[in-house]
Design a protein around this ligand. Structure first.
Ligand code: RIB
Ligand code: CA
Length: 310
């Protein structure tokens, strides 16, 4: 049976690649997308989520609109220089045909988990606000959630949006700290591994040899994201593989090495969004999560390429 997943997303260039990989993977059943602010406003990310499922011929997959703002902190200005002011590399694609369903992201998550107890994985690849709202609204779903596999955090490596914080955690640190202590199995696919998986211009040259809706879209939305990586990381056309790495983990966790450790999130001050692994259990007790610390980069890239060029 394919693994049921809900992708909570802020598309977003790398979100788009991740969603295309997921929709092209027979091991997965994408039962829905839930949108959140982050790479663009939630208004835009909801529209982009609709565009992505329609583009891949999956317009039947429900898209539920989530939170527009973080739980506590102020909504930071949207970094349009990273993903473009439309979230998709300033391509300004035609409007989607469909509309979000008449449920919030949290309601969709709660209803879907309750209808499929023990079977659904939540795969948040944006700020964790929707997940936190679902957990706080209906704490009884926690034992029903099979696993949360999140893209976010930076434990043994510098941050990207600040010297210590990764963007998804930084945008809503209170939500992230709620998820880190949710109590169901949680896997953190953070910068520690996603910055080791590098998609090079040669990788994309191979991928673009195959023409399909996914590769055609990625070719159009990629340049803005490549330019950001070159400006900020001096990567000359290569990009880090953030969100697609979380999908790769769901498909084949053996591609990653993890360690079990409790993780805390700083919520205030200059280190807001920092994810701290309490290696020696010196702070108050909380359940361990699985933190990805190693990755078979070639294996992840081969999986992504194989799916995109199917
Ligand atoms: O830090 C990388 C994360 O922030 C990715 O999810 C990217 O899409 C942005 O949301
Ligand atoms: Ca994202």
């Amino acid at each position: 049976m394919p693994q049921k997943i809900i992708i909570d997303t802020d598309p977003g260039v790398d979100d788009s690649i991740a969603i295309s990989v997921a929709l092209r993977s027979p091991e997965l059943e994408v039962v829905g997308l839930t949108s959140v602010f982050g790479n663009a406003t939630n208004e835009i990310t909801a529209q982009n989520a609709l565009r992505l499922v329609e583009l891949e011929g999956h317009g039947n997959i429900p898209v539920a609109r989530g939170c527009d703002v973080p739980l506590v902190v102020e909504l930071e200005s949207i970094a349009s220089e990273v993903h473009g002011n439309d979230g998709l590399g300033n391509t300004h694609l035609p409007a989607p045909k469909g509309k979000p369903i008449n449920k919030s992201a949290a309601e969709f998550i709660i209803d879907t988990v309750r209808a499929n107890p023990g079977e659904v994985m939540l795969v948040p690849i944006g700020p964790l606000t929707n997940i936190a709202v679902a957990l706080k609204t209906d704490p009884q779903i926690v034992p029903m959630i099979k696993k949360i596999v999140l893209m976010g955090g930076a434990v043994s490596i510098h941050g990207n949006i600040s010297p210590v914080a990764e963007a998804n955690i930084y945008h809503d640190p209170h939500a992230a700290d709620i998820v880190m202590q949710a109590g169901c199995p949680v896997v953190m696919v953070g910068l520690d591994v996603t910055q080791q998986v590098i998609m090079t211009p040669q990788f994309f040259e191979e991928v673009f040899k195959v023409k399909n809706p996914a590769t055609n879209l990625i070719k159009r939305i990629l340049p803005v994201y490549q330019a950001y990586h070159d400006r900020f990381h001096k990567m000359g056309g290569s990009i880090h593989t953030h969100d697609p790495s979380a999908i790769a983990y769901v498909i084949n966790p053996a591609l990653f090495e993890t360690r079990s450790v409790p993780v805390f999130v700083e919520t205030i001050g200059r280190c807001k969004g920092q994810t701290v692994a309490d290696e020696h259990r010196q702070w108050e007790s909380r359940k361990d999560i699985e933190v990805c610390q190693g990755v078979n980069s070639a294996g992840v890239l081969a999986l992504i390429k194989e799916r995109l060029t199917r």
